[in-house]
Design a protein around this ligand. Sequence first.
Ligand SMILES: *Cc1c(COP(=O)(O)O)cnc(C)c1O
Length: 390
Amino acid sequence: MGPDAIPLSKPDVGPLEMELVQEVIRSGRLAIGPMTERFERLVASKAGCHNGVAVSSGTAGLHLLMQAMDIGIGDEVITTPLSFIASANPIVYVGARPVFVDICPKTLNMDPKKIEAAISPRTKAIVAVEAFGNPAYMDEYARIAAKHEIPLIEDSCEALGTTHKGRPCGSFGRAGVFGFYPNKQITTGEGGMIVTDDTHLADICKSLRNQGRDVFPDSASEGQKLGAWLQHPRIGYNYRMGEMAAAMGCGQMRRFDEMMANRERVARLYMHRLAGTESLVLPTIEPESEMTWFVFVVRLTTDYTVDDRDRIVEGLRLHDIGSATYFPCIHLQPPYREKFGFKEGDFPIAESVSNRTIALPFFNDMTEQEVDLICQTLEVMISRQNLRRT
Ligand SMILES: *Cc1c(COP(=O)(O)O)cnc(C)c1O
């Protein structure tokens, strides 16, 4: 794609973020400082949770939760096959087995009716994902998890600020995780955050992200904290977030409403423009869900094959329009086939949907003209593909 291409996504970082990052640089405190704590409070409060634990990525956050909940070899964790691979990889990191549950074709989230059949005595958690940010069924997952006394982990990496029946994503389970990679609702470059009402769990995660050091209450003396700095009661990791990243996050949170209003505007433009395009299925968002929109993903109807879809995406890219096939099914990725024996046909709805999705450019300052050009080009590519097929 050339220099005038319309990218698939683009971060929205402005002078406020630059100012705050400079403030950190001037302060000389580059790690484990006040910006991280500030950012944790801002994100936790957006998710309606008492605690936030900033980490180096969304993936790191999920990994820490697996460790903190003592999930390991011989255990099973239920999750969705239609997601970014990072929602399942942490299950594999700790030696547990991912048990996938097929999706509902309307919302693209795990079908709540199919979850109970996947629960076994080894099930140690359910990792629920808001696919492309859609929070459908989060309350139902929470109910099923509670009934079976299994913790629900919400991988809300695509849903910061989204609410379902008035309740914020990240708050439905024992803990939630957000990701701040540049294509997410807000970015810190790289980064993530665990949110939870369970302060004990938050403290274990804080210790695990910081090389297994003990976490002290604010009332502890400096001497106590200093003496414990090189004591490591557990094996931890360095999954900390730096102060500069946290500063960028604080700036992004201050601009949250304005940024999300723009995402809503762009999503509406697409919805309106594509409503009459017969070959496409548009995102189905229930009226009880308030979306902050992670990406804008449409899909071809079942008249189209995976090859049709791939040619259309290739055509868009040749016309300088960023486009992607979000997401190939996780269970069909080579390590999942090899390690766990998954194969085509295991989760037919997820596979069928995944073969026909097209992610279109989506970023905050997109103009109506850009949306129109993208949609026109998409329609031309679909028409060309129709001709090739006849
Ligand atoms: C982005 C994402 C992650 C991982 O976040 P990183 O910060 O890139 O590690 C995990 N799960 C889902 C569903 C995501 O979209």
